[in-house]
Design a protein around this ligand. Structure first.
Ligand SMILES: Nc1ncnc2c1ncn2[C@@H]1O[C@H](COP(=O)(O)OP(=O)(O)OP(=O)(O)O)[C@@H](O)[C@H]1O
Ligand SMILES: [Mg+2]
Length: 246
């Protein structure tokens, strides 16, 4: 979906510190509606911290996260509670999957819809999630803890989709998975995006992330050092040298 450059999320000068550690040092990035935006960088660059600040799960030291959803003409997520941010349509899939292992697959998915009152819509979205991830349908009554790593990642994404987000924040969905499963996850991220959902994709799998992203940002020690289209970043000598083993 190129050509559509209407911003849905504008992050301005966002900074986060853990005590004396300045993890995110005033970053600015824009997510265009309906696009995949990649945020890439090495271990400890501040990727997860950035997502957690957008979701309200860690407190920003300064900066704004302006969100233009359907009803909100520029709410600042920094001023909102995590619960309200989810309700407004900005939903994060945490790093490391984090499914509730002692609940069934279907119970996990139902939890994702906890803010919603539209029962019919929830039922439709459950069907949609099962069509995206047929393996979850087969395992619906089984415990989430018995799923493989890849299946748990699918469940974590499926649970986030059950909140019907406008903006989906994905924190390293391919981490620790086998190559074939990684391909499957990236394919499904594209499929989700094709429904019009905006995606912010944090990845260490830089090549694959930039291949599917319209735009990308490179984060180094808490600062954005490069931003461009995904295709341009893939061909950028600095990116090739630092992240693509060139
Ligand atoms: N809860 C915390 N308390 C203190 N320091 C933290 C905490 N979480 C992260 N940090 C530090 O903040 C910096 C950024 O960490 P963050 O987890 O955001 O990086 P990341 O880019 O997501 O890394 P990774 O690729 O390893 O997930 C690092 O120096 C990290 O050690
Ligand atoms: Mg991280």
């Amino acid at each position: 979906m190129t050509g559509n450059s209407k911003p849905i999320l504008q992050i301005e000068d966002l900074a986060v510190a853990y005590g004396h550690i300045e993890a995110v040092k005033g970053i600015s990035l824009t997510l265009n509606e309906g696009e995949i935006t990649a945020l890439v960088g090495a271990n400890g660059a501040g990727k997860s911290t950035s997502l957690l600040a957008i979701s309200g799960l860690v407190k920003a030291q300064r900066g704004r996260v302006l969100y233009r959803g359907e009803k909100n003409e520029g709410d600042d997520l920094v001023q909102m509670s995590p619960h309200r941010i989810v309700e407004a349509g900005v939903v994060q899939v945490a790093e490391g999957r984090a499914t509730l292992t002692t609940l069934t697959v279907e119970e996990n998915l139902a939890l994702g819809a906890y803010t919603r009152k539209d029962k019919d819509g929830v039922a439709r979205d459950l069907d949609w999630v099962y069509s995206l991830f047929p393996v979850l349908k087969n395992r619906a009554a089984g415990l989430a803890g018995n799923l493989s790593g890849g299946e748990q990642q699918m469940l974590a994404i499926g649970r986030a989709l059950m909140a019907r987000p406008k903006v989906l924040l994905l924190d390293e969905p391919s981490m620790g998975l086998a190559p074939l499963i990684i391909q499957e996850i990236f394919r499904i991220v594209q499929e989700i995006n094709k429904t019009g959902m905006t995606v912010l994709l944090v990845e260490q799998n830089v090549r694959q992330a930039l291949r599917i992203a319209q735009r990308g940002y490179v984060l180094e020690t808490g600062k954005i050092v490069l931003e461009d289209t995904g295709a341009n970043l893939l061909g950028n000598p600095k990116v090739v040298e630092a992240y693509l083993g060139g």
